[in-house]
Every structure is written in C-alpha cells, then in structure tokens.
Design a protein around this ligand. Structure first.
Ligand SMILES: [Mg+2]
Length: 294
C-alpha cells in the first residue's frame, strides 16, 4: 500500500517535472494589423509631418506681405481676372476700397486632421457628411503665415475677404473657426461660401467668378490666394491642356498678384487626370496612365 502510494506520488512529480521541461508548442503568431491602403497617405503625411510644407506656406505669405504696400499704393493694381473686372463697372477701379481675396481650405485653414481620420477609418473616399461635421467643429488650425499676412493687410486698411466652396449654411461655423484662430473678420460679408447670392451674375456650379465679381463691385482686389486654379479664375476646360491654357495669360501675375499654395491631397488637378472614372479602381488606373516616365 505504502509502495503504491509512493509510486503514484513519484509518477505525479515526474509528470509535473517532465511537463515543465517539455518544449511548449508556440502559440499561433498574432496576425499583423491590417492597414488599409490609402492613396492620400503620403500626401497627408507631407502636409502634417514635413517641415518643408510649413516653409512653403510661410515663404508664400511672407513674399506676398513684402509686396502688399506696393500693390496698395498703385491705383491701377488689380488682381481680378480681366474678364471679371471688365464685367464690373466697365473695368473702372475709381473709388474702390482695397481688398485681398483668399480661399479657406488648404489656403488659410488646415483640414489635414480630417483627412487623417478618413485614412485611419479605412474609408479612402471623400465623405461630404464627415467633412461638414469637421467644419462644424470649427477647430481647424491656421496654416503657417496666413494669420500674419491677413492681420498685416487689415492693419493697413485692406479688407480681408474669404471666398470658399464650403456650403453656405456652414458660414457661421466657418466664421467661428476663423475668428477663433484670430483671422481679421469684421462682418459676415467677409466670408462668401458656396451658394452666396450673386445678383446679376449666374454662378456655374462651384465656380467662384460671380463671387469675385460681387467683391469687385466694392473693392479693388490687390491679391488672390488659393490652392486651386479656380481660386484665381474660372477654368472652362478642366483638362491638363485646358488648365494650362487658362493660366497662360496670367503667368506674370503668379507671385505678384496671385499666390498659389500646394495641395497634394485633392483638387481639380486630380479630377483633370481621372475625370469620368467611377470606381476607385478606375481612378487609380487613370492616375497610373497619367504618370510620365521619360
Ligand atoms: Mg482650397
């Protein structure tokens, strides 16, 4: 009896010891987290993480600021496209007050956090509702140099007017955001969002020409700022060729009256390359086809 108990104990100890020494079967490897591919990843990282991005904005606004007083004191200086100026007061600048006209998104406000949210959510396509919710947060931060330039302009008696394709019903949230950041907003009329009535001028789609003309009835526009060609003039033919042809008469105005800022994430430049593509796959195929290899 004693022997059998002793044997049983020894066997149990042996089993326990042997089990401790036996190589364990490794647990199945944890699956690597799946990261959704997103065509805007590098572009968004450049906006948020590249110091070079900030330097470009700073140098554009500082350059404009260094030229503003010359434009202000030249009574013939006007940055409105010639056809738009001709349509207002027969092109006369007499008696007009000075103003500068700026786009908002990716010109004075940085929306890259909203794009970053899209990327992290795994939904690569632009989401209008999500973007409008972002506007309502009214917390987009100013891009480098924009505050300094607009405050400088306002301090010299130049009205600062924003023309944006944000929806008109989000004008209050837009003004709240701009004011929170410290931009010199003096009245609700300083922000002309998409849908602003333009009596006497029939706006086509999201074109800004009629809203520029609205401004031009009261103001001599010293400078325009934007991240899209459409922030400077209406582009009738949004193809690569049509875009080049539209800007050609105004080449000398770039860096003098018109100041262009970079937007690698979205814009008419991209639509010009993949226009007509319905699916992400077709868009990507069109964009690959647009690559230049020599
Ligand atoms: Mg913009």
């Amino acid at each position: 009896m004693y022997k059998s108990i002793a044997f049983a104990c020894a066997a149990a100890l042996c089993l326990a010891g042997c089990a401790a020494q036996m190589p364990k079967t490794p647990p199945p490897a944890a699956a690597a987290p799946q990261l959704a591919a997103d065509d805007s990843l590098y572009a968004t990282l450049w906006q948020q993480g590249a110091l070079e991005h900030d330097l470009v904005y700073s140098e554009v606004y500082r350059d404009a600021q260094s030229k503003l007083l010359r434009a202000l004191h030249d009574p013939h200086w006007d940055a409105l496209p010639k056809s738009e100026r001709a349509a207002v007061r027969h092109g006369s600048l007499r008696g007009l007050k000075p103003a500068v006209v700026l786009d908002i998104d990716e010109t004075v406000l940085d929306n890259s956090p909203q794009q970053a949210r899209l990327i992290k959510s795994g939904k690569p396509e632009f989401d209008n509702d999500a973007f409008n919710a972002w506007i309502r947060e009214a917390d987009a931060k100013p891009l480098p140099g924009a505050l300094e330039f607009t405050r400088y302009a306002a301090a010299h008696g130049v009205r600062v007017i924003f023309i944006s394709n944000r929806p008109r019903d989000l004008t209050d949230a837009t003004i709240e955001n701009l004011k929170r950041d410290g931009f010199p907003i003096t009245s609700e009329g300083d922000v002309l969002n998409l849908g602003t009535p333009t009596p006497g001028c029939e706006a086509k789609g999201s074109n800004k020409g009629c809203r520029r003309e609205l401004v031009a009835r009261q103001y001599r526009v010293l400078m325009e700022f934007g991240d899209q060609l459409g922030d400077f003039l209406d582009v009738a033919d949004n193809t690569p060729q049509g875009r080049r042809a539209a800007i050609e008469p105004y080449r000398d105005w770039i860096g003098e009256r018109w100041f262009a800022l970079p937007n690698p994430v979205y814009g008419a430049w991209l639509n010009a390359l993949d226009d007509g593509a319905k699916t992400p796959h077709d868009k990507r195929a069109a964009e690959h086809a647009a690559l230049v290899t020599q």
